[in-house]
Design a protein around this ligand. Sequence first.
Ligand code: OAD
Length: 327
Amino acid sequence: MKHIVFLTGTGISAESGLSTFRGKDGLWTKDEFQYFASLRCLEYEPKRSLDFYNMRRKQLASTEPNRAHQLIAELERHYKVSIITQNVDNLHEKAGSTNILHLHGELCKVCASGDRYNEAYVEEYPLTTPIKVGDRAGDGSQLRPYIVMFGEDVTNITKAMELVRSADLFAVVGTSLMVYPAATLLDYVPRRAAKFVIDPADMPSCDELGYSHIRATATEGVETLCDFIDEWDCLTSLDEDFYSATSPVSGPITNSTDTWHMKDAIMTIVEANGYSVWDIRQTTSGFRVELNNTLDDDAACMLCGQFPLSADYEGAGNHGSLFSLYS
Ligand code: OAD
């Protein structure tokens, strides 16, 4: 079963009514909020810190997942789906996703101030019940939200790397990738994986790495991605041998995939048959390949038969025989 891995950020929850952090009106545009979200504030002014999180917990209690969360949850019917989220909300869970790794904690849980990393003291806590100064955790220390505050280490990053390493398709949804170590997860995506970013804003760090950018809000963008996934699954299932035999290849022939890897695969097959390529161009339906110094109908027809994709011999080009490959 193919493994689809999502890395999500607050942008995916924006259409449910939750604020992002860095956008216009984002939470971090208010200086005092960054202080309230720090370990220092919890230690020196716990009421202000707890009030800040109680406000966010209460807001979350009446927030519902949106279509993007739901579509991701539905993908579990056909694929292994892993979600790595920087979000502290529970909207992926509410939508029905089952394999969610939180990097920055969860608003619906509490833990012990005295021993934040001790799972024995982590428990679900009603979102509408405020956490008050003097409330005690299992070890007798102040109860606190199970959140990674400024000044604390991110948990689960090693597990997240392992998930990313096994992705067949990796999609980044609604995160500015400004925060480390979450942003470093992009370094662990296998070359063969199809890679997408869904965000209405420019995403230069993804564009440089050859991600297909679906420039849309999460609800629209995840819908587009799901249409693509159906097509990708059909093609990659059909061509499993092709993909493994001609590594590196990252996905089907469409404008939205990493075409460099597909070109590599085509060249590998052509060269394995003793010919060389003059030019490979992407077309709306696939690729047009021109051989180098080979005006030979039989050779071109034989090569067409070597691809697990549909292939048409088109005759002589300026440099050699031409054929088209399409899915
Ligand atoms: P940011 O506010 O940094 O980025 C939100 C991203 O969502 C931006 O790239 C927006 O363009 C995009 N966005 C906005 N509206 C969207 C929509 N409707 N659909 C899709 N995308 C949309 O938030 P994060 O990247 O999530 O950490 O922030 C990462 C971490 O920084 C947070 O987990 C938090 C913060 O400090 C901690 O609190 C530890």
